[in-house]
Design a protein around this ligand. Structure first.
Ligand SMILES: [Zn+2]
Length: 292
């Protein structure tokens, strides 16, 4: 499997999991991976869980996360979910190039769905001096999310440096798309076959999606989980999660739905192509990646 694009079908819809690249979260900018991803986990329990995932805790110095966007071609609409991180790192910002390899130009996209306002999901909204990167597209976002990042007073309990990066990206990549913006404030059909699901917690207006064609109904859960261990320990939240209690509620709701519906599930930060199934494990769940 190449790690740039992974085509798959949902009923009649042609989809592609498409990479924007990879980012290494590590000190000094970010806390050590275990502290960053499992901020409230008891250390011993966390170490044990990591070993079960073939990760020696003391050797885990950086969290390498893929950034995976998604294309859904419904036949009537060409939809892009999230725009990647642009130039946040030399290993990111590969979305446009990977789209081009698939024969898709920015002009072809008619709908861009932004699951939330973090840099890795909105970084590619614009090109050059703040021109929308997808000139013919409606950019769809949850209203609470837009309001939070554009109010100028986003309250973030984060380290100053991380906070600055988040706000810088929001200031750079949100105002220029205002003329093409389509905000949603309730669970609704965005384009035929793609439904918005409220998934608050990671950010105030974090959005999940249900995609439906010919009886198949996968779920895009975006950053509801950032690591496979979040399925097994759904109450362990990440330092960057905005509202921890809401994160846990949203996780339980979406993971239970994915499990009971046996839905193909797509998550932005899980190992490429970010697709798998959510299966029951004890009182929680487990990530079962699809075979590439
Ligand atoms: Zn993210």
């Amino acid at each position: 499997m190449n790690n740039d694009s992974f085509p798959f079908k949902i009923g009649d819809f042609e989809c592609i999991a498409i990479s924007d690249g990879m980012f290494k979260y590590a000190p000094p900018i970010f806390p050590p991976p275990a502290t960053f991803l499992f901020a409230n986990a008891p250390k011993e329990r966390c170490d044990q869980e990591l070993r079960e995932h073939n990760q020696q805790p003391e050797q885990w110095k950086e969290w390498k996360s893929p950034y995976i966007c998604m294309i859904v071609n419904t036949g009537k609409h060409l939809v892009l979910v999230d725009t990647g991180a642009d130039d946040i790192d030399s290993n990111t910002g590969k979305l446009l190039q990977n789209l081009q390899t698939e024969g898709i130009t920015p002009e072809d996209i008619d709908t861009v769905i932004l699951t939330h306002g973090h840099p890795d999901h909105i970084g590619g909204n614009t090109v050059g001096e703040g021109k929308p990167a997808f000139p013919n597209a409606s950019y769809v976002m949850w209203k609470d999310e837009w309001d939070f990042w554009t109010s100028g007073q986003a309250e973030l309990k984060l380290d100053e440096h991380i906070k600055e990066v988040l706000l810088k990206f929001a200031r750079r990549n949100l105002p220029p798309i205002q003329g093409q913006l389509d905000l949603v404030d309730h669970e609704t059909e965005i384009v035929p076959g793609i439904y918005a699901i409220a998934a608050p917690g990671h950010t105030p207006g974090h959005m999940a999606l249900s995609i439906s064609s010919r009886g198949e109904q996968p779920l895009c859960i975006s950053d509801t989980v950032l690591h496979p261990i979040h399925l097994e320990q759904p109450e362990w939240y990440a330092a960057v999660d905005f509202a921890p209690e809401q994160v846990v509620t949203t996780r339980r709701k979406l993971l239970k739905r994915a499990q009971t519906e046996k839905a193909l599930t797509f998550a932005f930060h899980l190992p490429f192509p970010g697709l798998g199934h959510v299966i029951k494990k004890g009182k929680a769940w487990q990530w079962q990646p699809i075979k590439g």
